[in-house]
Design a protein. Structure first.
Length: 335
């Protein structure tokens, strides 16, 4: 039979209320008594009931996390970082995949609320407008909401976000330094906030160089491999095709490279490519992909670090992470 709180109290020769305080609020118990109770718990292999503890402490030590597409390495890497960091501070992470479906996301959030999670974290970029965000503002009226790598402004909303416009601006400047002037951009969905931010950086880089914004050089994919291939086929069919391409994520860059090679051309000899995110796969493809690093490990950990600050009422509303351009083998100087 499993031990209970009464067994612990008897073994430690303290009251049941003292055992409860050691479990839920140990700082108010003297160190000698606390050590005695913990020793009794260890001897009896007693594990505090999480539900009972939550009734006393008014916290479940759980965070509900929603990711849009767990098959995308970007989300997988972010989630791993979040889980590791949560474990380090004693929080359980319950994660669900929305499949980029807003109705499914709403159902997941309702399930999290039924399970009385302490707060909810939404991972990755979001669309702009009420269709994507009204339920998030409504949610923030009930529990704190952390947005990992996205920004929404409002009460009880806490955001850790990479400066994506800075990232694409950085990519354009690098290609310009290699002599490229015909630089294309394969963006993500036009309604998504990250896509809008990345477009700003792309346009800014070209404007600063005195280059025109050529509409035919801007293509829209869906962040998946196949759309990178499809967009490249359109770009290379132009009368004056680009000599360099920036993609809005690494998966589309990998799809683009595959399509370029299938057409009998070489990266970077014939065309240079820069991805965005810097997923771990980039080192294992040939040629290794140059990419804008969003610092996924830091994004996940910084998001989790907000949890105790939110509990204390000390969390900043917005934390900005600056990207880094990681140079590998997919860019070359134009001849």
């Amino acid at each position: 039979m499993a031990s209970n709180i009464y067994d612990v109290a008897k073994a430690a020769k303290v009251s049941i209320s003292t055992v409860s305080r050691v479990i839920n609020n140990p700082d108010v118990v003297s160190s000698n008594t606390r050590d005695r109770v913990k020793q009794a718990m260890d001897t009896l292999n007693f594990v505090p009931n999480s539900l009972a503890r939550s009734l006393t402490s008014k916290t479940t030590q759980t965070i509900g996390v929603v990711v849009a597409d767990i098959t995308n390495p970007y989300y997988a890497e972010l989630l791993r970082s979040i889980q590791d960091a949560g474990n380090e501070i004693g929080y359980s992470i319950i994660s669900c995949n929305s499949h980029e479906d807003m109705e499914r996301e709403r159902r997941i959030i309702n399930t999290f609320l039924e399970k009385q999670v302490d707060m909810i974290m939404l991972v990755g970029g979001r669309g702009s407008g009420d269709e994507f965000n009204k339920h998030v503002y409504d949610l923030a009226k009930q529990v704190p909401v952390i947005l990992c790598n996205e920004y929404l402004s409002g009460e009880n909303l806490y955001c850790v976000v990479c400066d994506k416009a800075e990232g694409t601006h950085m990519a354009v400047k690098h290609l310009l330094s290699l002599g490229h002037t015909r630089i294309a951009f394969i963006n993500g969905g036009a309604v998504y906030k990250p896509s809008l931010d990345k477009m700003k950086g792309y346009r800014k880089g070209l404007r600063e160089a005195g280059l025109p914004i050529r509409p035919e050089y801007i293509q829209y994919g869906d962040y998946h491999l196949e759309s990178g291939s499809d967009c490249v086929a359109k770009l290379l069919s132009l009368k004056e095709p680009p000599t360099a391409i920036i993609t809005s994520n690494d998966l589309m860059a990998l799809g683009a490279i595959k399509a370029i090679q299938a057409l009998g051309r070489q990266v970077p000899k014939d065309i240079s490519i820069i991805g965005f995110d810097d997923i771990y796969l980039n080192n294992y493809i040939t040629p290794a992909l140059t990419s804008v690093r969003q610092k996924l490990e830091e994004l996940g950990r910084r998001s989790v670090s907000l949890i105790p600050l939110i509990m204390e009422g000390k969390a900043p509303a917005k934390t900005i992470i600056h990207p880094e351009l990681i140079l590998r083998q997919t860019c070359s100087r134009i001849l």
